[in-house]
Design a protein around this ligand. Structure first.
Ligand code: ADP
Ligand code: MG
Length: 268
């Protein structure tokens, strides 16, 4: 292959979102909560398509605050968050809502609608476009159902498309949540501790999926973790946060065990 997947100038298909194959560029982002806590202190890094970027740090280091800033649920006090070159920080109203569609997020809890099928839960992701109440899922047009089914295929969950979400295992539910996020056709997929409540097998299943989406599908995938071993096994790019500051920003293979343990050492 002549060029890495994240290099400049890759042609985009006409139906691909604008941000595809562009890095997520975080520059000098600080956030102070009204309580006075400086949760992020001039955070800068780039997350590129083709790589699984893992954000690592102990409790309270600012990981979730950073995720909430990137999806612009919080507005950073200072700094820029660029997707495909556009800075989301100054946006508001309709322009912010449009820009936000490029960024999908999943959390520790898959938050599926219980008693509904896996397929219906994925189709929820398109209801913003449909402008229909989600109870109408049974009557969704065939092409919408096909679209949701294709997302389940992408995450290896299509054989269980009819299964009620509250009967899925934790790992299966998280994969359906990922399919629902993918249905938004995001340029950036954020995951805040997606495996925190999963057993080792399900953790492997979900992390392998995120890694594949990053490496093969041109999506920028940023995954927050607090488990060192999982980060070590799956990350291509590691960003370490300590006290709201970036203290590691390197290809994962360059990061030493000593670097990682410094993230968790008391004091300093
Ligand atoms: P992490 O996800 O790494 O555990 P957080 O981003 O949740 O860290 O928290 C970073 C810091 O910001 C912590 O000191 C936390 O107490 C503080 N914090 C988080 N949310 C709020 C909030 N809504 N209001 C005030 N302080 C907050
Ligand atoms: Mg958190």
């Amino acid at each position: 292959m002549a060029e890495p997947a994240y290099s400049q100038g890759i042609a985009r298909g006409a139906d691909e979102p604008r941000g595809r194959n562009s890095p997520l560029d975080i520059e000098g982002v600080s956030l102070r909560y009204p309580t006075g806590t400086l949760a992020l202190d001039s955070v800068s890094f780039q997350a590129r398509p083709g790589e699984l970027t893992v954000i690592l740090g102990q409790n309270g280091s600012g990981k979730s605050t950073l995720v909430r800033c990137i999806v612009r649920l919080l507005r950073p006090t200072t700094g820029a968050i660029r997707v495909a070159g556009d800075d989301l920080v100054p946006l508001s109203g309709r322009r912010l809502r449009t820009a936000r569609q490029q960024i999908a997020v999943i959390f520790q809890d898959a938050s599926l609608v219980p008693r509904r099928t896996a397929l219906a839960n994925v189709a929820v992701g398109c209801l913003g476009r449909q402008r229909q109440p989600w109870t109408w899922i049974g009557g969704l047009p065939a092409d919408e159902r096909r679209g949701a089914f294709q997302q389940l295929e992408r995450v290896g969950m299509s054989p269980l498309w009819e299964q009620r979400s509250d009967t899925l295992s934790g790992g299966q539910a998280q994969r359906v949540a990922i399919a629902r996020a993918l249905h938004q056709a995001p340029a950036v997929l954020l995951a805040d501790e997606p495996v925190a409540s999963l057993d080792p097998d399900a953790t492997h299943e979900v992390m392998s999926l995120l890694q594949r989406l990053a490496r093969e599908e041109g999506i920028v995938v940023v995954c927050v973790l607090h488990q060192l071993e999982v980060a070590r096994e799956f990350a291509d790019h590691l960003v370490g946060l300590r006290g709201g500051k970036v203290v590691i920003d390197q290809p994962a293979f360059q990061v030493t065990t000593e670097d990682l343990s410094s993230l968790y050492r008391a004091g300093a």
